[in-house]
Design a protein around this ligand. Sequence first.
Ligand SMILES: Nc1ncnc2c1ncn2[C@@H]1O[C@H](COP(=O)(O)OP(=O)(O)OP(=O)(O)O)[C@@H](O)[C@H]1O
Ligand SMILES: [Mg+2]
Length: 141
Amino acid sequence: MLTLESNSPEETENIGSEFAKKLPDRPVIIALYGDLAAGKTTFVRGFARAFNLASDVTSPTFCLLNEYEGEKNLYHFDLYRICDWYGLLSTGFFDLVGTETMIIEWSENICEYLPREAIKVKLEKDFSSENKRIITISDYN
Ligand SMILES: Nc1ncnc2c1ncn2[C@@H]1O[C@H](COP(=O)(O)OP(=O)(O)OP(=O)(O)O)[C@@H](O)[C@H]1O
Ligand SMILES: [Mg+2]
């Protein structure tokens, strides 16, 4: 387990980018945990940058899935409104597992259906300072 501290959105983006660069060269599932405005989408923005998928990573609030196409594709889920297996099934989630790299906001909502190999990244606000976040990354191979 790795615990990091971020003190700005830029730092969170950089942590996302550095994390992405260290991943094995195969499809992986990244399960993000953290409350509203914890910095999940910010982390994804940096992550996508490392994939050379530059610009418009947005919080897919009204959209459950954003697909960014590049050398390697990235599937960005926001499961804020999903709370059961049928809802998750309807997003196409299970069709992508094992073949695509997926990064998932609000993993809390579907934790029982997450593949065991998912890498967990938790982002937490730290109330000692408005811009501080604690980012914890689970072990993976
Ligand atoms: N250290 C930090 N890391 C990330 N974001 C920060 C940090 N400090 C302040 N912020 C602010 O917190 C907000 C994080 O927004 P972001 O969309 O990334 O959160 P989120 O976890 O995706 O939220 P949601 O659950 O609504 O999707 C932004 O407004 C950003 O400017
Ligand atoms: Mg978000």
